[in-house]
Design a protein around this ligand. Sequence first.
Ligand SMILES: [Zn+2]
Length: 143
Amino acid sequence: MSSVLSCSCPRCRQGKLFQIPINIKLKKIMGMNKQCPVCEQPTEIEVGFYYGTAYVSYALTVALSVASFVAWYVIIGMSVNDNRFFVWLGVNAVLLILLQPWLMRLSRSIWISWFVKYDPEWEKNQINKEVVERIIPEQMNNW
Ligand SMILES: [Zn+2]
């Protein structure tokens, strides 16, 4: 869980998946290392590997919206007699937009953790070459 939240390599739990820490430079924050700088685990296992992160990101967004709704309901309250519901909608939308870069990175971290298992003896064990050979560099953006 801590390696997922810190966007670390799921295999060694030490190397970083992304080239730079999350910051205000939105153009570069999704740049991933081609492989883990510590254990050499490839971060893009196959062509279009991160396509499925849209579903993870959607689930995270729904979960956050439900959580903010419950928090709003408990702290501020909801009523059909005023516009508190619409204020929550606006606040929730702004919250989700502000958190989007972090949600996208977290989605990728969660996604790769489902396919790459932790290997406590990663220093002894070699990378599975069959998995690496599934990547054709010339076809990476052609799917
Ligand atoms: Zn690693």
